[in-house]
Ligand binder design. Structure first.
Ligand code: OSB
Ligand code: MG
Length: 379
């Protein structure tokens, strides 16, 4: 059952800029996939025939470790495939625009960045915030922090202490073989009142015994993506042995794959990352069906700047998003955000859902240009 009427509003993009940005990071982020210490991201700036501007972000990584998408493949898809297909054409709304390239396989982050810009334009033209267009009802999004792998357990505990004091209401610990059971046991002993979860980022071999039975005894909120994305049979076998819910991240690349994984029992919770799922329209579809099926979802992140986070916050206002989000404020990673004012966690552990029409936040174009290392403009 569709839960919203997709907004009808004429969109005809007269020009689209694809901008490659080099963002220096003030702290690096280590997961089982590797370490990110410099972030390249792609920002989309679309201008409608009526002069309305919309921004979007495609937060692809440098290397195809998290998913097949990279900065280069996203650049290629936007500049050679997606933008040329839609520029100058008339659409009845952002979902219709996204449908024009929905038949193209892959390039999910590129699709997402472009769809976001179209939604931002629709939101401004209708003078309604994205939350309303999505049918969201929450004013704030409970938010946790995702803690990378650190040199020592003490480094991790110190950082968690700081974040919990700032209000973050759930602890997500990145794990890899050798950095799991003991680390999590100490985290739980030190912060007994805060829900704790683990994220394996596909770093464990299904053929090895792994730390799972011991982790299961710790009472974690969930274990995110312990095995490779396509190891659905092995994930289902593991889930059947554990009380702790497995959460799908790298496995959930499209709505169809997500529903297949759930049907197989490969997990019981879905981390919805609109960029990984190829846009807001497929993410709304995953949300709606999970809500119908009683599957809990929450919104993850890919180290987006405030531009990408605005869309993630808006979708997180939907009723099915029942668990804390990964939505670190830009100050934790970047010297400055690309939106001004930026957002931050509130004392009650939530981040306010923006109600400004468009991307949700005011994009500081000067800053975008300052970090821009390459630019392409449609015809
Ligand atoms: O697995 O959730 C993940 C960042 C990059 C790649 C994968 C993941 C993450 C995070 C980021 O955990 C959390 C955030 O964006 O705040
Ligand atoms: Mg994850």
């Amino acid at each position: 059952m569709p839960r919203r009427a997709m907004p009808k509003v004429q969109i005809r993009l007269r020009s689209v800029e694809v901008l490659g940005l080099d963002l220096p990071m003030i702290s690096s982020f280590k997961t089982a996939h590797g370490t990110t210490s410099k972030k390249r991201t792609i920002i989309v700036r679309a201008e409608d025939a009526d002069g309305v501007v919309g921004w979007g972000e495609a937060p692809a990584g440098d290397l195809p470790l998290y998913s097949a998408d990279t900065y280069e493949s996203t650049w290629y898809a936007l500049t050679r495939l997606l933008v040329p297909l839609i520029v100058g054409k008339q659409f009845d709304g952002p979902a219709e625009l996204a449908a024009a390239y929905a038949g193209y396989q892959g390039y999910n982050m590129a699709k997402h960045g472009l769809e976001c810009a179209a939604w931002a334009i629709a939101s401004v033209k209708l003078d309604r915030p994205l939350r309303d267009l999505f049918g969201g009802n929450k004013e704030g999004v409970p938010t946790g922090e995702s803690f990378g792998i650190k040199p020592t357990v003490k480094d991790l505990l110190d950082e968690i202490e700081e974040r919990v004091a700032q209000g973050f209401c759930r602890i997500k610990v990145k794990i890899e073989p050798g950095w799991d059971i003991d680390v999590l046991a100490e985290v739980i002993a030190t912060f007994p009142d805060v829900p704790v979860m683990a994220d394996g980022n596909t770093g464990y071999d299904p053929a090895s015994p792994g730390p799972w039975e011991k982790l299961d005894e710790l009472g974690l909120l969930m274990i995110e993506q312990p095995y490779p994305g396509d190891a659905l049979i092995e994930l289902a076998e593991l889930q059947s042995r554990l009380r702790t819910a497995i959460c799908l991240d790298e496995s959930a690349l499209t709505p169809g794959l997500t529903f297949a994984a759930l049907r197989l029992g490969a997990g019981r919770i879905v981390n919805i990352k609109p960029a990984r799922l190829g846009g807001l329209t497929p993410s709304l579809a995953v949300h709606d069906r999970c809500l119908d099926q009683g599957v809990e979802v929450w919104c993850g992140g890919l180290l987006e700047t405030g531009i990408g986070r605005g869309f993630n916050l808006a979708i997180s206002s939907l009723p099915g998003f029942s668990l804390p989000a990964d939505m670190s404020p830009a100050r934790l990673f970047y010297a400055e955000d690309l939106v001004d004012p930026t957002f931050d966690i509130r004392k009650d552990g939530t981040i306010a859902v923006p109600d400004l029409p468009g991307a949700g936040f005011h994009v500081d174009e000067k800053r975008v240009r300052k970090y821009q290392s390459e630019a392409w403009t449609s015809g």
